[in-house]
Design a protein around this ligand. Structure first.
Ligand code: ZN
Ligand code: ZN
Ligand code: ZN
Length: 126
């Protein structure tokens, strides 16, 4: 783990990022205490607070409310996925069509993330 990790609690957000972002031991490319492999470089905005978190467990650990999920149909064009490598914010549609890599910088995304998308989106069938 890099040494520049930090944990951010509300109402603070992480000044290293242009978007509001919080989490547990967040690294410069949005890896966190829970997901820290080479490919864990995305953060997801939650509709309940409009803050980006590296993962659902980060939201659970530092947010003072329970997480809400996006709607898998209605919210596809919401800019909800931050690439921690280049800091581009993708819509759900862009992320889901991206084949596990950032369409902007080409950074690999963890394909495992799509297996727990239901934690971020309700109405996903898989
Ligand atoms: Zn929230
Ligand atoms: Zn986390
Ligand atoms: Zn990128």
């Amino acid at each position: 783990m890099p040494t520049n990790c930090r944990t951010t609690h509300p109402p603070e957000t992480d000044p290293r990022f242009e978007v509001p972002l919080r989490g547990v031991k967040v690294g410069a490319e949005t890896r966190c205490a829970h997901y820290a492999t080479e490919r864990d470089v995305i953060a997801i905005r939650f509709p309940c607070c409009n803050v980006f978190y590296p993962c659902h467990a980060c939201h659970k650990a530092v947010a003072n409310h329970s997480a809400q999920q996006w709607d898998a149909q209605a919210d596809l064009d919401e800019q909800a996925v931050l690439c921690g490598a280049c800091r581009t914010v993708l819509t759900w549609r862009q992320y889901l069509n991206a084949e596990h890599a950032c369409p902007d910088c080409g950074a690999d995304f963890n394909p495992g993330c799509t297996t727990h998308l239901h934690l971020y989106m309700r109405g996903r069938t898989q």
